[in-house]
Design a protein around this ligand. Structure first.
Ligand code: UD1
Length: 422
């Protein structure tokens, strides 16, 4: 199994191109199931999660071709010959559940495995189920699979309010409702940029949708959707991760393609921490020329709040801030697994339930570490950039799920980062 070695090496300088968003691509890909015509995505990220979704779509009968070194995904779902999303694929990636809404809308039935436990919490499916049931689906759980069908074969428009603004349940509802009969309204909808990107693509396919980016989305069902070509929005989590690299190690890095509107709450916290962040013609520039990082309190929230997917990386920075920072995680119940690993590097962190109190130390020290999820793993790499000595991060397959060319991108700005096989 591969590991990544990081050696703290002083300031970073240069540019890092930001890829298309993993989480947008993972909801745009199942949208192919809604149409008999081809859907082509450009600016796709080159990640193992995208391969997993390709495998899942292919298992349903879709054709998926990866072109232009993986940047273009050409998909066609003319004939669907299987309506079951198998456990062997779904267990690898929870986003597999995003085929449920499109399959129900297009074929009137679907069988989708429950994803099972996840390292960052229980992550149930109740919000997806009630959202799709409101559109007329009947869903039973048997043998670990959700068996869903629609009497009469076509979903019916409805008004539905979610108890929590789930990203995935919003995506499943919106995709399903595009082909339902009549008008659907989703209240307390999630507002994340990945949902806005999905709606932009669905609109190109002929869907009639209003209100994306607000908490009420209205969908006027149509009889069929066309093909389309759509560029995947920039990855705000990869962006935030690389913005933290110079904030932690010092120097100036420009993240190409970055935009403040994708992560304003995060930008505000970097300003509060004393980091110099500005928008440029080509992206976002982050500079730290010396001086202390100030402690800041962070609470994760649904968009436009501070993203849970940047909490671990932010903690890595706050480990060497001057003073005490309190990080509160409100989206997932078990998302501080990086804390004990950061403590192995000398961080002073006290976790109580959903809150972590981080008391800044002058410097971290390299250590062998590992993490059990994607964002936790990358937080350890960030911490290693300014640590004394060598940090060895194992279980690199987590990073391959969400960060394309991580070693190349960090090396290009002067970091000492290397991937080794054992
Ligand atoms: C998506 C992102 C993930 C991000 C998360 C929150 C993708 C592929 N993944 O995940 O990176 O961390 O949004 O921004 O886009 N919940 C329920 N019942 C449900 C569904 C969710 O209780 O039916 C709970 C979950 O357990 C969790 C919270 O809602 O505690 C947030 O989940 P949700 O917004 O659905 O996240 P995902 O779409 O799974």
């Amino acid at each position: 199994m591969d590991s990544i070695l990081v050696r703290g090496n002083g300031p970073l300088n240069g540019q890092i191109p930001i890829a298309g968003a993993k989480n947008a691509c993972l909801t745009l890909m199942p949208a192919t199931l809604l149409s008999e015509e081809p859907l082509t995505l450009t600016n796709a990220p080159r990640l193992s999660d995208i391969k997993t979704m390709s495998t899942l779509l292919a298992s349903l009968g879709a054709e998926v071709s990866s072109l232009n070194d993986g940047l273009v995904l050409a998909m066609s779902s003319h004939d669907l010959n299987n309506l079951t999303a198998d456990y062997d694929i779904v267990r690898k990636m929870r986003a597999s559940n995003l085929v449920l809404g499109p399959l129900l809308a297009r074929a009137g039935q679907a069988v989708v495995s429950l994803p099972g436990g996840c390292a960052i919490g229980a992550r149930p499916m109740d919000l997806h189920i009630s959202a799709l049931e409101s559109l007329g689906a009947e869903i039973d759980l048997r043998d670990g699979y959700l068996h869903a069908k629609v009497a009469g074969g076509r979903l019916k428009g409805a008004v539905h309010e979610m108890r929590f603004a789930s990203v995935g349940a919003t995506e499943n509802f919106v995709m399903a409702a595009t082909l339902a009969k009549g008008t659907s309204v989703l209240k307390n909808a999630a507002r994340e940029p990945e949902i806005v990107d999905l709606v932009h693509c669905l609109r190109k396919m002929g869907a009639q949708i209003d209100g994306e980016g607000t908490s009420e989305i209205t969908i006027q069902g149509v009889d069929r959707l066309n093909g389309a070509t759509h560029p995947v929005v920039v990855d705000r989590i990869e962006l935030g991760t690389y913005m933290l690299a110079p904030a932690i190690a010092g120097g100036t890095v420009e993240c190409l393609g970055g935009r403040f509107d994708l992560l304003q709450a995060f930008v505000d916290k970097l300003h509060d921490a004393g980091i110099d962040v500005s928008e440029t013609e080509n992206g976002i520039r982050v500079t730290r020329t010396g001086g202390d990082i100030h402690a800041v309190d962070v609470k994760t929230e649904v968009f436009p709040g501070f993203p849970t997917d940047l909490q671990a990386q932010m903690m890595a920075m706050l480990c060497t801030a001057k003073g005490v920072s309190n990080l509160e995680e409100t989206i997932f119940e078990n998302r501080f697994m990086h804390a004990p690993e950061l403590m192995r590097m000398g961080a002073n962190i006290d976790v109580h339930g959903g809150t972590a109190k981080v008391t800044g130390v002058a410097k971290l020290k390299g250590a062998p570490v590992m993490a059990t999820d994607l964002r936790a793993s990358v937080s350890l790499i960030l911490a290693g950039l300014a640590a004394e000595g060598e940090t060895k991060v194992s279980r690199v397959y987590h990073l391959d799920r969400g960060y394309e060319k991580l070693v190349e991108k960090l090396s290009a700005v002067g970091a000492h980062v290397e991937r080794v096989s054992e």
